[in-house]
Design a protein around this ligand. Sequence first.
Ligand code: 5GP
Length: 112
Amino acid sequence: MTTIFGKIIRGEIACDKVFENDYVFAFKDISPQAPVHILIVPKKEIPDLQSLHREDWRFLSEIVACAQHLAKELSLENGYRLVTNNGPEAGQSVSHLHFHLIGGKRLSDTLG
Ligand code: 5GP
């Protein structure tokens, strides 16, 4: 089922795009939690990390490569976080796998 992120990838909804290749699409979060807050999503509509199959692992490696590229480009050499929320108890609000690339400030010591 398509979500708001599917519509963003297809250009049906505007976004502030920062990176795109055959596998991934990255854009600024509409409600940033830090000076750098980018969402990196696979172009395939995979609902969440838990439902990612082995045949789709290429998407995961491309997400990591995209995060490394953006971290370098955005000078996040002092640190950054790459996180995904899986499911409602973790706070996932959009059912299209996405990773938050967060940085540009001293981040909270707590994760849970
Ligand atoms: P989640 O809570 O599912 O882990 O993360 C969803 C993220 O998507 C949130 O940080 C939220 O701010 C962001 N978001 C939701 N709708 C839009 C939108 O239309 N455009 C952009 N750029 N970000 C969105």
